[in-house]
Design a protein around this ligand. Structure first.
Ligand SMILES: [Mg+2]
Length: 238
């Protein structure tokens, strides 16, 4: 039996290293954004959320302002640039609050992995605020290669987004462990390119990304806490 050693760990962001965005936070902010641009509240909240998240995650709406303007156009609202800017600021501040509050043990776990010689990557389905704010975060210095879907142009589980991280890290997918809280098909997406994948179970009832079919049936590797990641990475694969 041969063993491929794990040389890199690639993390999901929301729910794994920083809190998930809750429905309540999303909604309160989107309502404020609607008021800022003078749009009808319910329509704006729906179109900013369900209506356009795919477009901002793949960078087709490349800035927060472009996203706000797109929704306003759909609603026949014509705010001036200052009001668009205020709406974008509210959304950016929400993202900043989340990004600047890493989950317990996240920084320690990343530091331990680095000290043990692992390369560290990130693959996040996210909108433009995240790469914009990334340099401000305490996570940035600890992660060698961050891949943001809005910059890459595709979302998980598209194999290209995982491969992009591996290429940046200079490792083969077989040498990578992917760690995530299991939104959509992100875990099987990682397995499909040849990575190992580990689920970290978190409370997600209130999360905006609560669609997690794989979490219900997951039989693979599992972390009880981020503190376990070093042991699982070191476990290699049969
Ligand atoms: Mg997540």
């Amino acid at each position: 039996m041969t063993t491929v050693s794990t040389r890199a760990v690639v993390f999901d962001l929301f729910g794994t290293l920083v809190p998930n965005l809750s429905h309540a936070e999303f909604r309160a902010t989107a309502e404020g954004m609607a008021r800022a641009v003078g749009a009808p509240i319910e329509e704006f909240v729906y179109l900013y959320g369900e209506g356009t998240y795919r477009l901002r995650f793949t960078g087709e709406l490349p800035t927060t302002e472009a996203n706000v303007e797109y929704v306003c156009r759909l609603l026949g609202v014509r705010p001036d640039p200052a009001r668009v800017g205020e709406a974008a600021r509210l959304r950016t501040e929400l993202t900043r609050r989340i990004l600047l509050a890493p989950l317990p043990r996240a920084l320690v776990a990343l530091a331990e992995l680095r000290e043990s010689g692992y390369a560290i990557g990130l693959v996040s389905d996210c909108s433009s605020e995240v790469p914009l704010l990334w340099p401000e975060t305490e996570l940035a210095p600890l992660i060698d290669v961050p891949v943001f879907s809005c910059r890459a142009g595709f979302r998980k589980p598209d194999p290209r987004i995982y491969v992009l991280a591996c290429e940046g890290l200079g490792v083969r997918p077989e040498e990578c462990l992917y760690v995530a809280d299991g939104v959509g098909k992100e875990l099987s997406g990682a397995l499909a390119v040849g990575m190992r994948a580990a689920l970290i179970r978190v409370a997600y009832d209130e999360a905006t990304d609560a669609d997690r079919p794989e979490v219900l049936t997951w039989k693979g590797l599992e972390l009880q806490a981020l503190a376990d990641v070093l042991a699982i990475a070191a476990g290699g694969r049969p």
